[in-house]
Design a protein around this ligand. Sequence first.
Ligand SMILES: C[S@@+](CC[C@H](N)C(=O)[O-])C[C@H]1O[C@@H](n2cnc3c(N)ncnc32)[C@H](O)[C@@H]1O
Ligand SMILES: [Zn+2]
Length: 373
Amino acid sequence: MLDSHVDRLICPDCRSPLRFVRGSDELSALACGSCSLVFPVEDGIPILLPRHARNAELELPLLERLAADDRCEGLSEVLEKTRVHLASQRGSSSWEWEDEAFWREKYKRQTERLLAGEKLDEGRWGVRFWQREYLIERLPASLWTPEKTILDIGCGAGHNFRVLLCDRFDPSSLYIAADISLNALKLNRLRNPHENALYVLCSADRLPIRDSTVDLLCYFGILHHTERKSDTIEEDARLLVPGGRVLLHEALTRKSARPSFMPVHDPGSEHEETIDPAALQATIDHAQDLRVVAERSSHTLVMGVCKMILRRFARSRTAYEVVALLDGLAYRLLGRFSAYFAPAEVLMLLEKVAGPGIASEGRVSAASDSASA
Ligand SMILES: C[S@@+](CC[C@H](N)C(=O)[O-])C[C@H]1O[C@@H](n2cnc3c(N)ncnc32)[C@H](O)[C@@H]1O
Ligand SMILES: [Zn+2]
């Protein structure tokens, strides 16, 4: 599968095209001629990390195996250069890998449960499902036509694509799953019924994907785990074709507003942080080719209390819509007076417009529920 899609991938450092060097089925390589560096491809999954985030523990043993493979003879010089760089990184950790330690274990446990025959929750209902479906309904019909490319950044186990998007896309469309966790990518691949798929281990801060090739770019709860947060959106927009869309669902920063009677979140990963709404808006405004098509700020105290006492509301889309309406109303009327009514999450649908110079319509902090699609 990788062979036919190598042209979609680029070097995460210099953004040059990569050369595919076929080794065994279990281990091949991609090489960047400009950087003279090699990136291993383990079991069909390219490991395309930028210099600062390369992982000696994961990659050095793979490079050693590549060096011993006759089919990779032409690579010996660049393999050695890469090996020296990786050896110099040994023992140091980057933001990405501090976070990954948490996800690695989580996806390992899920894979074990799945392989033991347990049924993992498909989540075809629930507030999160309805929220995301709300944005997906606002995507243009043309997006479902053949040969589209979907990039799922921080894809995790691929739940969103599998449950919410997969059936809508034509089988000829290409699903690119990107995550820092190898376990996540392998679990995703194990469960994903969409065959035309490419799984890439990379950092969401430096996506190794060719410009102007993506029709739909998804950030489902990922930017708040990355070092550069919403700053990457403008940079990532260059991956989109004109008219391409961005689906975004992220946790927002707000003054602590959890009343003592409400349950506390499970402890998260090392960098379980939030997105500053002002920074998000500034990025969208600055990226002159991005336009807000639909936006919903949600999760004020109203949504929190309803989730707590009306557990069944999450099973009905109509009930969710009523609560979302009240939630948005509370935010608009009371948000500026009390942090209890400030939104904790934002859902956005953005479009890449054909030429620069068109300002965005929505404001993260002002439009709690708008749709102009
Ligand atoms: C909250 S989970 C979201 C997973 C999935 N998008 C969903 O909504 O179910 C965050 C995901 O981001 C990945 N991740 C964390 N930091 C990352 C980074 N710097 N680059 C790429 N992926 C990252 C984690 O491995 C994890 O799968
Ligand atoms: Zn390069």
